[in-house]
Design a protein around this ligand. Structure first.
Ligand code: RB5
Length: 148
């Protein structure tokens, strides 16, 4: 699978570990930075992942910051992205089954690398269930209306 990863300074070590682990499994990994401890702004790196997913350059994205919260907000500014910030494997599985999440956000300061890998494995390995979830997912990409 083609997967883009990006992180801020709080998340780059976990991002690097996940990138190596995913490459070992044969995935086509695009590392969009950051690549060192120098302080950077998570919105910039969230946008990089969002652009890669929205353009179709990659099928999935993984975004990491300290909590996973800021970078998930940044990714979700792109209407074609459905970014789920998770901290446990069941949430990762349901984010795929119910929400067709195409980006996973992780908080490097909150979870260990083994938990992160368990989340990523389910994020990559679980199919969208479709059915009653499809129209709801379609609505996520729609602009807000006056009547909402
Ligand atoms: C950086 O200090 C931190 O604010 C960032 O990584 C993230 O947790 C923001 O949501």
């Amino acid at each position: 699978m083609r997967i883009a990863l990006a992180a801020d300074h709080a998340g780059y070590l976990l991002k690097d570990e996940l990138a190596s682990w995913l490459r070992e499994q044969g995935h086509d990994v695009r590392d969009l930075g950051t690549n060192g401890p120098q302080s950077v702004d998570y919105p910039l790196f969230g946008r990089k992942v969002a652009r890669a997913v929205a353009s179709g350059e990659v099928e999935r994205g993984i975004a990491v910051c300290g909590t996973g919260i800021g970078i998930s907000i940044a990714v979700n500014r792109e209407p074609k992205c459905r970014c789920a910030r998770v901290g446990d494997p069941l949430s990762a599985q349901l984010a795929r089954e119910h929400n067709d999440a195409n980006v996973l956000a992780l908080g490097a300061r909150l979870i260990g690398s083994e938990m992160a890998k368990a989340c990523v494995a389910l994020f990559l390995g679980t199919e969208f269930a479709g059915g009653r979830h499809q129209p709801r997912v379609d609505q996520l990409s729609q602009e807000l209306q006056e009547s909402d």
